[in-house]
Design a protein around this ligand. Structure first.
Ligand code: HEC
Length: 157
């Protein structure tokens, strides 16, 4: 019997090893299935792999297609008459400086409107009394000054 002991020991240890191997297999496979079960959950989360690999410190410039449209809209809304009035004429006509007819104040314009638009244009272009020719800005064209006059008169209605 003593001679059988080593072989019994070997067989016993082999069985034990086999059992351990099986156990390891079970643990490993269950770990794998657990892992694969958690994967779809991660996919559902809003952070995608693409987002994870984005560089840090990106500048958000909004929807690029929207930005140029807004600029175009602003350009359309502000007429050249309004721009010139704001930049040149409102210096005096905004507050009624030097008794100039005030923008938007109908009473200041009624007597002047009776002269006719053509006269108002001409006086704005050539100047009258303290009203400097072209509002003091010589680079303005006749059309620019007329547009500014039109804008001032439109603000009365
Ligand atoms: C330095 C101040 C000043 C600036 C700048 C100015 N004006 Fe005048 N404006 C006057 C004064 C003062 C009067 C009144 C003149 C008067 O009737 O004695 C006047 C009068 C006018 C009148 C009425 C003219 C009339 O026949 O009754 C028009 C139109 C006019 N301005 C247009 C403009 C326009 C357009 C601009 C800008 C391009 C402008 N003004 C810039 C001072 C100014």
């Amino acid at each position: 019997m003593a001679g059988n002991l080593p072989s019994k020991f070997i067989i016993g240890s082999l069985i034990t090893l086999f059992c351990l191997f099986l156990l390891a297999q079970i643990i490993l496979s269950s770990a794998l299935t657990l892992g694969s079960k958690t994967l779809p959950k991660e996919k559902k989360s809003k952070v995608t792999a693409v987002e994870r690999i984005q560089p840090i410190g990106q500048v958000y410039i909004g929807d690029a297609s929207v930005v140029p449209q807004q600029i175009v809209e602003i350009d359309e809304d502000i007429s050249s008459g309004q721009k010139i009035t704001t930049a040149v004429c409102s210096r005096c006509h905004g507050s009624g400086l030097m008794k100039s007819p005030k923008i938007g104040k109908e009473k200041d314009w009624t007597a002047r409107l009776k002269k006719g638009k053509a006269t108002l244009y001409a006086n704005a272009i050539n100047g009258i009394n303290k009203m400097p020719a072209r509002g003091g800005k010589k680079s303005l064209s006749d059309g620019d000054v007329k547009a500014a006059v039109d804008h001032m008169l439109a603000s009365l209605k």
